[in-house]
Design a protein around this ligand. Sequence first.
Ligand SMILES: *[C@@H]1O[C@H](CO)[C@@H](O)[C@H](O)[C@H]1NC(C)=O
Ligand SMILES: *[C@@H]1O[C@H](CO)[C@@H](O)[C@H](O)[C@H]1NC(C)=O
Length: 436
Amino acid sequence: MHPSAALTATLAIVGTALAGANLPRQASSIPSSCPGVTARTTYKLSVATGWRYTLLASGLTKPRSLLFDTEGHLLVLEAGKGLTAHTLGADGCIASSKTVISMAQLNHGLALSPDGKTLYVSAAPTAWSYAYDAKTMTATNQQVVVKGMNPGGHNSRTLAVPPNRPDLLIVSLGSGGNIDEPTIAKETGRAIVKVFDLGKTPAGGYTYNTQGWYLGYGLRNEVALVFDGNNMVWGVENSGDQLTRVVGGKSVDVHIDNPAEELNYLGDPSKSNEQWYGYPTCWTVGDPKVITDKTFKVGQQFMISPNATFDDASCAAKSMPPRLSIKAHSAPIDGKFDKAFANMYVSLHGSWNRQPATGYKVVQIPFQKLNDSRYDPVAPQDSAAGYSDVLWTQNEGGCSGSTCLRPTGITWHPDYSKMYVGSDGSVGEIYLLYKA
Ligand SMILES: *[C@@H]1O[C@H](CO)[C@@H](O)[C@H](O)[C@H]1NC(C)=O
Ligand SMILES: *[C@@H]1O[C@H](CO)[C@@H](O)[C@H](O)[C@H]1NC(C)=O
């Protein structure tokens, strides 16, 4: 599966030839392997035709989020450890690594201001900012930006700064449990995405549930927040487990392929979005066949137990369904568009609540630019096949817990020659994923 040495040599020559053409300094070769980096895991990967992969790093501490600083260093949020910075050599492999922030509480979120000078990181209750010097890879002047994020239940706090709005910080906060009933009121401050004005941060930071504005509510666990070419936000949602449907007074298990995970359009982060996306009442149909009392299409929403005052039709009238459905229990973690905004790449961390298991892969969702300039998936809303696998664990159905690729953060190299994909399974790893 790895590229041949000959191919790498060819790329290196092209890289050298282009270097004279004033390309970014980072335009680098793609290694077929890295010295001293060997797989410490036993799972086997497959990759789509036209793609290749290389194991870049192994033995990290749960890499969750990845991005590049303005000097071409790869920043990695390692959950339980802190933030590390990795300098890439001319061969594209990691030449040296440095701990930028040593803090065991950090568990997921990582963002950088568009000018590269302010870092944002998160633990379950708190998001902090730091002044960041990319030349020396140092972070100083820690400040609390957002606090009071109700630890418990879902603990990742995805952070994102819009490329066109360095003054805004978007923070996602999932539900407290599988079906967190009180979140039907957005004021509980859970199962929502919020936006904070960094120009007006109060001393000691914002309080999450009473300040800032909404970028949607009724969002069970919007772990991936992705900007399209108009800087509009897409959320990728981890939906519920163990779902049933009450049919004729009896609870029927529908959980294997229901509810679908969701790709939601959250829109312009500079404006409040108080649209309800259905959680914890309306769930997205992944497999209509097992809901036998009503005819649904994929992507429509159903209730566990419809009643006289609120039923599936109420969901259709009041809740915003996803723009695209993703296989139930896949557990999407991160997403990034390619340079042309023609595809969104999404990491599917993998399931515990599906038999056979699913996920443990990176997929691509084709997008198009509509005549009104909006970006939108190519597949229709009722499609269950609006995406395809790019990198996946062989025999994914047999995967469990940490035994397989567990893809997390995705980031592109600044020259868009390759993606860097984290994996936080039994061994923390980073893969390069690229067309070849
Ligand atoms: C009907 O369902 C709605 C939505 O879950 C709920 O708020 C309401 O209490 C239910 N009504 C009855 C009578 O069970
Ligand atoms: C854009 O408009 C053209 C001409 O009206 C039409 O043929 C085409 O299908 C439209 N494309 C999309 C993506 O809507």
